[in-house]
Unconditional design. Structure first.
Length: 194
């Protein structure tokens, strides 16, 4: 419920003189009300509007690599509209794999296609493993380089990269190597979280 109170006017001569009591015309009405606001972004130091990021609600960049041979590799995502993962403004990456053959798969984070820049750097080392330095280690390490055992075929399994490891990567792909012992079709999808 809105209410009003009075306060010393900032331009009041009485206030300037340091007197705590005001004379006539030395106070102004100050409305007291709570009004909700929604922040949708800010203007950066260059004068450009930067909207507030929100987490992806659903997985996208859904890609299917058909009949990947044993020891064969596939790069994800690779759709007509989504060729790489841009983590600008996001901290956490979730990706999901579904394969037609249970077994071991190696998963790595690599630089995306050289047809896209990394910020203003061109060309980039497409397919090269992305290295980071973080507070977890005193030397460089990979964002992701894991052998994962997919115990079940034909179901989605979701992996989460935490601790800001993928934060700020602008042109990234996930390389999956089939080590399951035979041909497999691999499905991939991802989403980003703030």
């Amino acid at each position: 419920m809105p209410s009003k109170r009075t306060g010393y006017a900032p331009w009041s001569l009485t206030r300037e003189a340091g007197v705590q009591s005001a004379t006539v015309e030395g106070t102004i009405e100050v409305p007291q009300s709570v009004q909700p606001t929604i922040s949708t972004g800010f203007v950066d130091e260059k004068g450009n509007w930067q909207g507030v990021k929100s987490s992806d609600e659903v997985f996208f960049g859904i890609t299917k690599a058909v009949d990947v041979a044993n020891t064969g590799e596939a790069l994800f995502p690779d759709t007509p509209t989504v060729k790489f993962i841009d983590m600008t403004g996001f901290k956490t990456l979730q990706f999901a794999l579904k394969t037609t053959r249970a077994g071991t798969y190696n998963v790595k984070a690599v630089f995306g296609p050289d047809t896209h820049t990394f910020a203003n750097l061109d060309p980039i080392g497409s397919g090269e493993q992305i290295k980071i330095y973080d507070n977890q280690s005193i030397s460089d390490e990979d964002i992701v380089n894991d052998n994962t055992n997919l115990d079940a075929a034909n179901v989605w399994l979701v992996y989460t990269i935490l601790a800001d490891r993928a934060k700020g990567q602008k042109n990234m792909q996930i390389k999956v190597t089939n080590s399951a012992g035979g041909n497999a079709t691999i499905d991939f999808a991802f989403r980003r979280l703030v």
